[in-house]
Design a binder for this molecule. Structure first.
Ligand code: XMP
Length: 509
């Protein structure tokens, strides 16, 4: 068992980031709603509690609350932004609406305290608030101030309760990580027992115990999550694990071969490849509507997987690559359907199994990657950029054909090759080509051409919820465009997508 920190979610936009930072600092934490109540908090038995920020004002009727008894548990508390105002408000301080909101960088002056140890006297921090604290509760002292905030940070050192008005979790806050580290190690007494090698050892032992000699089935997509989940289970179950990889013919160049080489030939996994490309292409024939394409692919995927699993017969466990953000998201209200996402979430009802195993459900994506490296998976698998379940079909506008697949596949390959050569492959979050449904006039070797317009899409993001278009150097764009125009038949014009998300989405369909 490892130590745990409880991050109480008051609805701020950086909440998952706070939890990721705590984990990166070697301490396990969960992000849970404050409505869980003090009894449940006691049961959870954290070494420290962090209140996140949130969009509300403590004076609003509907603003999220916390039972004041939380401050009497003897567990250290760190309130961030709204969390810090709530702490001051509940304990008898004064929170007031400032004349104007403060967003962005602010210079903060720090005073010595257990949470500011090792910080310089002044440093830049990231603020995002309207209310501010103008009077501290009894027993608290100031540990930081800024031009706007007389109490940019404060604490009751005896009771181990602290508040920071700024956001220590974001990169813009200099020494922000040190503040979190100080809270965890100096105040909460963290031991730093959350490491990925510990996780692998514990998880493999736990899975071994659970699986015993029973049969396990896993749908492998080649994506990071299913690859790491399968490898972890393979360590525990060996030949009792069968993986099915559905090749829907909509994959990138060499992708299917790579998956087979790494997992079947390299790791010796019992991996079955279902070649379903022809069926998918036939079902997609004449279909141009993006949502219809997605639905057809989702349904066919399940059908192909089902056909394979029928041959395997009844299994005891089905492995799913669910990760922690999926768990957090599914606990929240439903948002509008922008796109029907295809993933293996739809499988359970069609496969005959007794129980689902989700070995990664406690991990953030960066932790999943670390586990993958710990398990010896190659970097090309572990650092892979996201790739959508419906594959290249949603990067081809209009009908999907063999010819169009070849165009996106070849152009995507060139793009990836050039991005890697420029040393940007781990710096850009996601990049790919999109084949539009438009043709334009061009001239190649003195001849008029009338060929497709191809788009390059490259974005940076943290969680795919929002994204910014990547500023690829012009020279590199020129090289990529030149190669594509020369090497990929039926393309005579290349454009660069400079739209962020929102208003666009990352994929075009
Ligand atoms: P959008 O286009 O919605 O994409 O901005 C957000 C991220 O999700 C990926 N994506 C998918 N992933 N199944 C997946 O597993 C899907 O159906 C799917 N559609 C989009 C997309 O590549 C981006 O990283």
């Amino acid at each position: 068992m490892h130590q745990k920190v409880l991050v109480l979610d008051f609805g701020g936009q950086y909440n998952q980031l706070i939890a990721r930072r705590v984990r990166e600092l070697g301490v396990y934490c969960d992000l849970l709603p404050p409505e869980m109540g003090v009894e449940k908090i006691k049961e959870y038995s954290p070494i420290g509690i962090i209140f996140t920020g949130g969009p509300n004002s403590v004076y609003e009727e509907a603003s999220p609350k916390i039972d004041p008894a939380v401050f009497s548990l003897g567990i250290p508390v760190l309130g961030i932004c709204y969390g810090c105002q709530l702490t001051a408000h509940i304990l008898g301080g004064k929170v007031e609406k400032a004349a104007s909101s403060e967003y962005g960088k602010a210079e903060v002056t720090y005073l010595p305290s257990p949470v500011t140890e090792g910080l310089p006297e002044r440093a830049v921090s990231w603020m995002s608030h309207t209310d501010r604290i103008t009077e501290l509760p009894a027993g608290f002292t100031k540990i930081a101030s800024s031009a706007h905030c007389p109490y940019a940070a404060f604490g009751d050192i005896k009771r181990k309760i602290y508040g920071v008005q700024f956001h220590p979790e974001v990169n813009h806050t200099e020494y922000g990580i040190l503040i979190l580290k100080n809270f965890l190690y100096n105040v909460c007494g963290a031991a730093g027992d959350w490491t990925m090698s510990n996780f692998v050892a514990d998880k493999v032992a736990e899975l071994r115990e659970k699986i015993g000699n029973k049969k396990v089935l896993c749908a492998m997509s080649g994506g990071v999550d299913s690859a790491v989940a399968a490898t972890l289970v393979h360590r525990a179950a060996g030949a009792n694990l069968t993986c099915v990889f559905v090749d829907h013919g909509l994959l990138r160049k060499n992708e299917a071969e790579e998956v087979m080489a790494v997992f079947r030939d390299g790791l010796g996994m019992n991996l079955i490849k279902a070649d379903a490309g022809a069926v998918f292409l036939e079902k997609l024939g004449g279909v141009t509507d993006p949502e219809q394409k997605r639905k057809i692919i989702g349904a066919e995927f399940i059908r192909a997987f089902e056909a394979q699993s029928k041959q395997i017969g009844k299994v005891d466990f089905l492995v799913q690559g669910t990760i922690y953000p999926d768990v957090i998201e599914s606990g929240k209200g439903k948002s509008a359907v922008i796109k029907t996402h295809h993933n293996v979430g739809g499988l359970p009802s069609v496969v005959d199994f007794k129980e689902i195993i989700e070995p990664l459900r406690d991990l953030f994506k960066d932790e999943v990657r670390k586990v993958g490296l710990e398990l010896g998976l190659p970097k090309s698998v572990v650092m892979r950029q996201p790739f959508p379940g419906p594959g290249l079909a949603i990067r081809i506008m209009g009908e999907v054909t063999e010819e169009k697949l070849r165009i996106v596949r070849d152009s995507d390959f060139i793009l990836r090759e050039e991005i890697a050569k420029a040393g940007l492959d781990e710096k850009i979050w996601q990049y790919f080509t999109v084949l539009t449904n438009s043709k334009t006039v061009g001239v190649q070797g003195d001849f008029r051409t009338y060929e497709y317009v191809l788009a390059i899409r490259a974005i940076n993001s943290v969680d795919a919820m929002t994204a910014d278009w990547a500023r690829i150097p012009y020279e590199l764009l020129e090289r990529i465009a030149g190669r594509i125009a020369n090497e990929v038949e039926h393309v005579n014009r290349i454009v660069y997508d400079i739209t962020s998300k929102p208003p666009a989405t990352i994929e075009w369909e």
